[in-house]
Design a protein around this ligand. Structure first.
Ligand code: ACM
Length: 274
């Protein structure tokens, strides 16, 4: 068990498309500035988001854990004695995934491949093909989801039922704050901490101009926003958490968000809808 109190942080960045080395350097400098145990970085933090083609994704995608970005994160996590979660394009054989990696104090721990792809990501990336896992970092249970996964409460519930205390949520959000608002519900309905690490800035590429919404945040199991960022600045903020709060699933003397579920009435949820 990590010695309490535990501090979570997000790093809200503004990467320049394709400038991997400087994007990584800037992100690492930012997290050096924060006093926290577990820091979450945005989706595709090293490359930027607005890929024009699958070929372009392939040209930037890296192996996990052997690629340069993942190795740099592992080394930095050792230097800073931190646990880090960060999004990057992963190359695995002929496939490319929108992936989040978890590294801790000099060790690669695990990965998550984005399951719910947003808009043109469906053309650019392969769909995540692995069951999301909950990783134990010194007694703290961490799951990962990426950006648009916010719209699918089922997958958050699965992580919570598998024991997640915290879900780290690297993001590149574009829609107007729907996610930031919805995360209060994701946190409360599962009694978990959530850390959404979004980016800021604009990307103009080809016919696309994407503006990212910032407002990264840390939300408690009681829906409190413990830390939040602006919608335009690069910044890193931390908040102290209490694991007991995430492990107590009671909402009243006689109600418990897990024990009161009635899965027999939810069977439709497990049926594919094509
Ligand atoms: C998103 O999933 N990057 C909107």
């Amino acid at each position: 068990m990590l010695a309490q109190p535990i501090k979570l942080a997000f790093a809200q960045t503004n990467p320049t498309f394709g400038e991997v080395e400087s994007n990584v350097e800037e992100a690492l400098a930012l997290i050096r500035s924060v006093d926290a145990d577990i820091v979450t970085l945005p989706e595709l933090f090293n490359t930027g988001y607005a890929f024009l083609s699958r070929e372009e994704v392939k040209s930037f995608a890296e192996g996990v854990p052997d690629g340069a970005t993942c190795r740099t994160l592992v080394e930095e996590s050792e230097r800073q004695k931190k646990t880090l979660v960060a999004g990057l394009a992963e190359k695995a054989g002929d496939n490319v995934y929108n992936t989040a990696v978890l590294v801790s104090k000099g060790r690669f721990v695990g990965l998550y491949r984005k399951i719910h792809l947003f808009n043109r990501e469906k053309i650019l990336f392969n769909k995540g093909d692995l069951k999301p896992r909950v990783y134990d970092i010194g007694g703290v249970k961490i799951g990962m989801l990426i950006c648009f996964d916010w719209l699918f409460p089922e997958i958050w519930r699965v992580l919570a039922l598998n024991g997640a205390d915290i879900v780290a949520h690297p993001s590149n959000l574009i829609l107007p704050y729907y996610c930031q608002r919805a995360m209060l519900a994701r946190s409360f309905e599962n009694h978990i901490y959530t850390v959404t690490a979004n980016r800021v800035g604009e990307e103009k590429r080809g016919n696309y101009c994407l503006k990212y919404t910032g407002r990264s945040q840390i939300v408690s199991p009681k829906m409190d926003v413990l830390a939040s960022a602006s919608d335009e600045r690069v910044e890193c903020k931390a908040a102290q958490i209490n694991l007991e709060l995430a492990r107590n699933k009671k909402v009243s003397e006689l109600n418990d968000v897990f024990k009161d579920r009635r899965p027999n009435f939810y069977r439709l949820l497990t049926k594919p809808f094509f």
